[in-house]
Design a protein around this ligand. Structure first.
Ligand code: COA
Length: 329
């Protein structure tokens, strides 16, 4: 019997309406459009401004769109994994809230937190449930309301992030479409350079943690930048070497969108042409768990069955990796 592989059979995204441009940021902090564009490639990002709406709202919109597009009945979802660093609550998990919102009554769900690699790690994890034959329909959704943990007085971080969600459907097939290989790593040495100090069990919320602005993203950008270039190049290199592929064999590399210069440096290290690297950071900024599915959503009409696609990410932790897929539609 042919091996069951887990293919991406649909993708959908949700981006909130409100836009925060570089010009808007010029009025908020000591920065300018030219600096932001040349250092990061970002021109604008979208924010979920409604205070009553959180990450699960965006994720729900993305999954509802995915269900409509693929014609899947919510009752047929077996498992939903939500990747996020900005869950609605510590508990219950966001995946369970999304299942409730969409009426996925026959599903189980959980969240995966791996910073900007959350979507990549979740997609590989979900694929294993399909490959094992245990489940038929697995939804992976990456969603983050980054504006809930961004300090809009800190010019070094507030220019980078945006809010969004993206979802994929994974289904089995015996024709060789879907996940071919993956390689993922973590290194806790990165915690020092990218983290949120407050709110967890180490520094539970108090007046003091709020006064000291400990509930916002802290980033020392330089070391993260270098580690991201090295990590994503290494991971994509693993996919090429282990599968005897050259850049010419790959239709698209789909990198996590943290900084255009990081993406360009990775492409250069791998001798990979930028025309075949998915980029939309200029419109959305770094949406953390949302970046990779949002790219797939935007570029899917440039893909056809059998195209080889490499997803790659790098995030806080550090967490990083890559996965190789045969596109199914
Ligand atoms: N506008 C204007 N100037 C700014 C600025 C802003 N928004 N933010 C920082 N600066 C200043 C700094 O204060 C510094 O000034 P100084 O030299 O007088 O001290 C100068 O610009 C250079 O800062 P630096 O941090 O060296 O810039 P950079 O070229 O490294 O770019 C990042 C900063 C954050 C864009 C970059 O380091 C980066 O992208 N890091 C990785 C981000 C990432 O991948 N994060 C998530 C992983 S998922």
């Amino acid at each position: 019997m042919a091996q069951i592989k887990a293919a991406i059979t649909g993708v959908y995204g949700y981006v909130p309406e409100d836009v925060l441009t570089n010009q808007d940021l010029e009025k908020m902090v000591d920065t300018n459009d030219e600096w932001i564009r040349t250092r990061t490639g970002i021109q604008e990002r979208h924010l979920l401004k409604d205070p009553d709406k959180a990450t699960s709202y965006m994720a729900t919109q993305a999954v509802l769109g995915l269900l409509e597009k693929t014609g899947l009945d919510p009752l047929d979802i077996d498992l939903l994994i939500c990747a996020s660093v900005t869950p609605d609550y510590f508990f219950p998990d966001t995946g369970t809230l999304i299942c409730h919102n969409i009426g996925a009554k026959n599903s189980f769900a959980y969240d995966i937190q791996a910073a900007c690699s959350g979507f990549l790690f979740s997609a590989t994890t979900g694929a294993k449930f399909i490959e094992s034959g245990a489940y038929k329909n697995v939804v992976i959704v990456g969603a983050d309301k980054m504006s809930s943990i961004v300090d809009y007085t800190d010019r070094s971080t507030c220019i980078l992030f945006g809010d969004a969600a993206g979802a994929i459907l994974l289904q089995g097939n015996e024709k060789g479409f879907g996940l071919q290989d993956s390689w993922m790593r973590v290194d806790g040495v990165g915690a020092e350079f990218l983290h949120m100090k407050g709110g967890g069990s180490k520094n539970p919320p108090t007046h003091e943690t709020v006064d000291k602005k400990m509930h916002y993203i802290f980033q020392d950008g330089g070391p993260v930048y270098k580690a991201a270039v090295k990590g994503m190049s290494e991971a994509v290199g693993q996919m090429l070497d282990r599968n005897n592929l050259s850049p010419d064999d790959i239709r698209f590399v789909v990198p996590h969108q943290a900084n255009l210069r990081i993406i360009q440096a990775v492409a250069k290290m791998l001798d990979f042409p930028m025309e075949r690297v998915m980029v939309n950071i200029q419109k959305y900024g770094n949406t953390t768990s949302g970046t990779i599915p949002l790219c797939l959503w935007e570029f899917e009409d440039q893909l056809k069955p059998g195209d080889k696609v490499i997803l790659t990410s790098f995030g806080g932790g550090y967490t990083w990796g890559a996965s190789l897929w045969n596109w199914a539609y």
